[in-house]
Design a protein. Structure first.
Length: 236
């Protein structure tokens, strides 16, 4: 048998008390006019997550590795930023949107973006804009693929159908790196170089926050208060 909470009307469960009283007092006929107030009140009850991510000296040193290109140039590994996101689905949340264009172009022997966050089920294109062959691949658990070598002007696609962090590399050019992070909700942030991040509009509740870098990962538990800010600092 459902508990008392589940027997409550849906409107009563989701609206702040003051707004609910206004709706009841105005009557059903006035509900359309009150909807903007209802939406504003619901948004106002949401919170935020902010924090600072610090990379250890080991992680920083790994990011500074260099390779020698086929032309003899010294090439640094592409810097992949930390990505922070809430794991799993979040009820009553809007659909997630990609953090950028869903085409990761290979140009200048580098990926056009060093991190791309996409909703579950997104198709990402990997066009080759260089006059040389590339071979994009990943051995990550969330998505394993190998596109093979293909020439300039060609593009291949991958559908990312499992949530998680996908490390993407080029088999030909070992310094080329990017990450595709597949999320199930819109609450994520690509961390700035300063290490600071903030995720707004989060429904109040308890969450597990994933913190991922190309070479290491951790997670923290956070409790987001209604209209408040949860702090989440971490060291990788």
């Amino acid at each position: 048998m459902p508990d008392a909470r589940h027997r409550q009307p849906l409107l009563q469960r989701r609206l702040p008390g003051a707004v609910l009283l206004a709706v009841l007092a105005a009557g059903v006929s006035s509900l359309p006019a009150l909807l903007p107030r209802v939406a504003a009140a619901a948004q106002g009850s949401r919170g935020a997550i902010e924090g600072r991510i610090t990379l250890s000296s080991t992680a920083q040193a790994r990011s500074l590795d260099r390779y020698t290109s086929d032309t003899g140039e010294s090439r640094e590994i592409q810097q992949v930023p930390v990505v922070v996101y809430i794991e799993g689905t979040v009820p009553d949340s809007p659909p997630a949107r990609p953090s950028g264009t869903t085409a990761l172009v290979q140009r200048g022997q580098a990926f056009s973006a060093t991190a791309l966050v996409v909703p579950l089920g997104t198709q990402v294109s990997f066009p080759n804009g260089d006059p040389i062959f590339h071979n994009v691949f990943s051995y990550s658990r969330a998505k394993r693929f190998d596109l093979g070598r293909y020439r300039q002007g060609e593009a291949k696609t991958v559908v990312f159908d499992r949530p998680g962090y996908v490390k993407v590399m080029c088999e030909v050019h070992k310094w080329m790196r990017t990450a595709v992070v597949v999320v199930e909700n819109p609450y994520y942030a690509v961390v700035a170089e300063s290490g600071q991040f903030r995720i707004d509009g989060v429904p109040p509740g308890h969450y597990r926050l994933a913190i991922e870098h190309f070479d290491r990962r951790t997670s923290v538990e956070v409790d987001v208060p209604a209209g408040g800010v949860a702090r989440a600092d971490a060291r990788l």
